[in-house]
Design a protein around this ligand. Structure first.
Ligand code: 2BA
Length: 109
C-alpha cells in the first residue's frame, strides 16, 4: 500500500475531490499553508494499493493547473533590511507537489 500526499492549490481542490470520489478513491483533505508564499493550499492524503498510484497521479495531473502568482514582499523590521527586495516577485505555483510513501500498516476500526 502507498500513501500519496499531494499539495494542491485551493482553486483545484474541488475538482480533484470530485474526481477521486467518482473513481472510488478514498482521500482526506487538510487545510495547509505554503511555507514560501504563506498562502492557503490544500493537502490530500490518499491511501491506495500500489497498482493504483499511476491512476491517482494522473487524476492529480488532470485536476491541477500551474499558475503565476505575485509575491509582494513585506517590509522587514530589523536585521534583514540589507537583503530586502522592494519590488513584487512573480513565482510559478503548482500544478501540484506530490509525494508517494510506502505504508507499513493500515488499520481501519
Ligand atoms: P509555497 O511554499 O508557498 O511555494 C509556492 C511557490 O513558490 C512554489 O511552487 C515555488 O514556485 C515558489 N518557491 C517556493 N520556495 C521558494 C524559494 N525558496 N525560492 C523561490 N521560489 C520558491 P511549488 O513548487 O509548485 O509549490 C507549491 C506548494 O507546494 C508550496 O507552497 C508548498 O506548500 C508545497 N511544496 C512544494 N514543494 C514542497 C516540498 N518539497 N515539501 C513540502 N511542501 C512542498
Amino acid at each position: 500500500m502507498k500513501m500519496v500526499i499531494a499539495v494542491v492549490q485551493d482553486k483545484d481542490s474541488g475538482r480533484l475531490s470530485q474526481l477521486l470520489v467518482k473513481k472510488g478513491f478514498r482521500a482526506t483533505k487538510l487545510a495547509s499553508t505554503g511555507g514560501f508564499l504563506r498562502a492557503g493550499n490544500t493537502t490530500f492524503l490518499i491511501g491506495t494499493a500500489d497498482e493504483n498510484v499511476p491512476e491517482v497521479i494522473e487524476l492529480i495531473r488532470q485536476s491541477c493547473k500551474s499558475r503565476q502568482q505575485m509575491v509582494t514582499p513585506v517590509s522587514p523590521l530589523g536585521s534583514a533590511v540589507d537583503s530586502f527586495l522592494p519590488y513584487p516577485l512573480e513565482v510559478q505555483v503548482g500544478g501540484a507537489a506530490v509525494f508517494v510513501l510506502d505504508v507499513e500498516q493500515f488499520h481501519s476500526f
